[in-house]
Write a protein of this length. Structure first.
Length: 130
């Protein structure tokens, strides 16, 4: 059964949905941006800390990401469970931006999230997920 979410077009032009992110026993409820143009889902430094994420080793493979302002961020892949409130849970391999200087980067759900759902953006600030 589809789930519908609303977002305020006047205040925020970006569509967000409420989700629960989980890593082991730690979970947080957060509004995440839906970004069909993003290659992968992204968690900011702050979100990763709340979920108890840590760097495993310094030799761990890093991902370099360049944002809108050509600012370089570095991340590592982490597996997290994402629950769309009132619907279903999926497991994603998202990039965690582990450096504290990346704490203000907008966490988002990218194309890896979209592969599990049919998502429609409707007029007047509505999102339908099925």
């Amino acid at each position: 059964m589809p789930v519908m979410f609303s977002y305020e077009l006047a205040q925020r032009a970006e569509p967000t949905i409420p989700v629960v992110l989980q890593n082991g026993a730690k979970a947080i409820t957060i509004e995440l941006l839906l970004d069909s143009g993003a290659f992968t889902s992204l968690m900011s430094y702050e979100v990763g800390v709340l979920l108890g994420l840590k760097r495993r080793t310094l030799k761990e493979a890093e991902v370099d990401l360049i944002g809108f302002n050509n600012v370089l961020s570095k991340g590592v892949f982490r597996t997290v469970r994402v629950t769309v409130k009132g619907y279903k849970t999926v497991t994603l391999k998202a990039v965690w931006l582990y450096r504290e200087q990346d704490r203000f980067i907008q966490p988002l759900l990218g194309r890896d999230f979209f592969q599990y759902f049919d998502i429609r953006f409707l007029k007047r600030g509505k999102i339908v997920i099925s």
